[in-house]
Design a protein around this ligand. Structure first.
Ligand code: RB5
Length: 148
């Protein structure tokens, strides 16, 4: 399968069960899922998992990513430190659709202690089923990355 249909998933310990539910759901939608864990419940550090997923996307190995921690906030902050990554935290389907349509977000972050599984799967659908609109939004997205 080409990278255009490959998606990386990662989380910290707070979101393992939801990440695994999302992995199954995304695979059912026809994506090749690269789930980089973790799989065991020991406490871990969300920046490690945010950076690892972001590198998969920034390198072109995966087209998109979905990352999770308790709030979705810390892992999002870590992912956004990797050049080329545009990651937003979403707790509603409108935002999930818009970060793809207007911001060309290449990673979605979700808080496992914020939303339940049903809403999380709807958020994932809204994100994956949307498309970047380009045009004036492309100009703005190009301006996000700082220039020297
Ligand atoms: C872990 O307890 C928690 O701090 C983490 O999952 C996340 O919410 C951080 O942003």
């Amino acid at each position: 399968m080409t990278a255009s249909k490959r998606i990386v998933l990662s989380s910290d310990h707070a979101a393992i069960a939801l990440r695994q539910a999302i992995a199954a759901h995304v695979a059912e939608k026809g994506w090749e899922v690269v789930d980089i864990g973790p799989t065991t419940p020991e406490s871990t550090h969300y920046p490690l998992h945010g950076h690892a997923a972001a590198e998969k996307v920034a390198s072109g190995d995966c087209a998109l990513g979905i990352i999770l921690c308790g709030t979705g906030q810390g892992i999002m902050m870590a992912a956004n430190k990797v050049p080329g990554i545009r990651c937003g935290v979403c707790s509603d389907t409108f935002s999930a659709r818009m970060i793809r349509q207007h911001n060309d977000a290449n990673i979605l972050s979700i808080g496992a202690r914020v939303v339940g599984e049903g809403l999380a799967l709807d958020i994932v659908d809204a994100y994956l089923d949307a498309e970047f609109e380009g045009g004036r939004h492309a100009t703005r997205v190009e301006m996000i990355e700082p220039t020297d």
